[in-house]
Write a protein that binds this ligand. Structure first.
Ligand code: NAD
Ligand code: TYD
Length: 347
């Protein structure tokens, strides 16, 4: 089977590539990535020489390039992760999100439709999405697969729109698809613009920890390798035209998570207890900030037997270990354009 994975040089995509390349030697895995600021081939060093892996550099919004590679390689499966993924960037530059996340998804859907033209046996388009499409929860309740879409940020609106187009291609053209909507991921190779890696990097460098608003926002955290395992299961065993919610059963208020991170980092860095907590700084809130995300993952648990394999403390320990052991990676991704982004976002 020839499988196209988009966004494979990014955070989650690189773990999905590794999961498929290592576990399915009978497949050929093509990684299509534009290598934006978030894409980094260093994430894939350990598998880049594998005989069942190829890298294709290109943009999912480039229709003629996409049509050409679909005709040339005749992908039977697509696992689509390429996206602009950071809420704060979507607030500054919403059009970039519409272009990549909506138009880019449509270009891929169209190329897949035109290639197989109703010959759908053994084909599958897997769209990787987010729980943010459901909007925000109050203090109680969980997102299920039937929660109405109610996105609040340009990022989540663009992902919601792309989910709708995937469904529309299923209904209109009979394209076999699956969608999963996952909660916040964390783990190795996470670009340090998102909460956990940003704060790990700042603690290492004794820089302030900018907590938005009062810090009482809640997210449901999942270790990235558990997400990659879930994607493998849904791709192989999920039912066509179904959606699966994926989550960590692991809700944390931002401020409690930041305090835990500070404690674990102090231990690992051999710093006095309380040292890193002194870096916490409350800053201006994010506009349209969603109060709480939490996933009911019982469908994927019952239907496919999936559950997270690590506890949050184990996952955070592994993550911190990885960042401390990969200072060079951190230095590469935080030089240059990152410094400009940081200044604009936080000063
Ligand atoms: P990321 O920002 O780390 O990586 C995105 C990748 O897509 C990068 O390698 C980038 O180069 C590539 N890309 C961006 N625009 C492209 C384009 N026009 N053409 C080709 N490649 C392009 O993102 P991530 O956190 O790994 O998220 C991957 C997917 O999972 C996204 O679709 C995101 O919406 C979804 N998701 C993320 C989370 C999370 O917590 N990070 C949770 C649920 C769902
Ligand atoms: P983030 O990692 O950007 O993920 P998302 O917004 O997609 O959930 O943010 C996680 C939470 O942390 C969210 O409530 C916003 C908050 N946050 C901060 O308080 N400070 C920061 O510098 C960042 C990046 C996020």
């Amino acid at each position: 089977m020839k499988i196209l994975i988009t966004g494979g040089a990014g955070f989650i995509g690189s773990h999905v590539i590794r999961q498929f390349v290592n576990n399915y030697p009978e497949y050929h895995i093509f990684n299509l990535d534009a290598l934006t600021y978030a894409g980094n081939l260093e994430n894939l060093k350990d598998i880049e020489q594998s005989s069942n892996y190829s890298f294709l550099k290109g943009d999912i919004t480039d229709e003629s390039f996409i049509n050409t590679i679909f005709e040339e390689h005749r992908f039977e499966g697509v696992i689509h992760l390429a996206a602009e993924s950071h809420v704060d960037r979507s607030i500054t530059d919403p059009l970039a999100f519409a272009k990549t996340n909506i138009l880019g998804t449509m270009v891929l859907l169209n190329a897949f439709k035109n290639l197989w033209n109703d010959n759908w046996e053994g084909k599958r388009f897997y769209h990787v999405s987010t729980d943010e499409v459901y909007g925000t929860l109050g203090n109680t309740g969980l997102f299920t697969e039937t929660t109405p879409y109610d996105p609040n940020s340009p990022y989540s609106a663009s992902k919601a729109s792309s989910d709708h187009f995937v469904r529309a291609y299923g209904e209109t053209y009979g394209m076999p698809y699956v969608i999963s909507n996952c909660s916040n991921n964390y783990g190795p190779n996470h670009f340090p613009e998102k909460l956990i890696p940003l704060f790990i990097n700042n603690i290492i460098n004794n820089k302030s920890l900018p907590v938005y608003g009062d810090g009482n926002y809640t997210r449901d955290w999942l270790y990235v390798i558990d997400h990659a395992r879930a994607i493998d299961l849904v791709f192989h065993k999920g039912s066509n035209h179904e959606t699966y919610n994926i989550g960590g059963f692991n809700e944390w208020k931002n401020i409690d998570l930041v305090r835990l991170l500070c404690k674990l980092m102090d231990q690992q860095l051999g710093r006095e207890e309380g040292n890193s907590e002194r870096l916490i700084t409350y800053v201006k809130d994010r506009p349209g900030h969603d109060l709480r995300y939490a996933i009911d993952a019982s469908k994927i648990n019952k239907a496919l037997g999936w559950a997270p394999s690590v506890t949050f403390e184990e996952g955070l320990d592994k993550t911190i270990d990885w960042y401390l052991a990969n200072e060079e990676w951190l230095q590469h991704v935080t030089s240059g354009a990152y410094q400009d982004y940081y200044k604009k976002q936080y000063q």
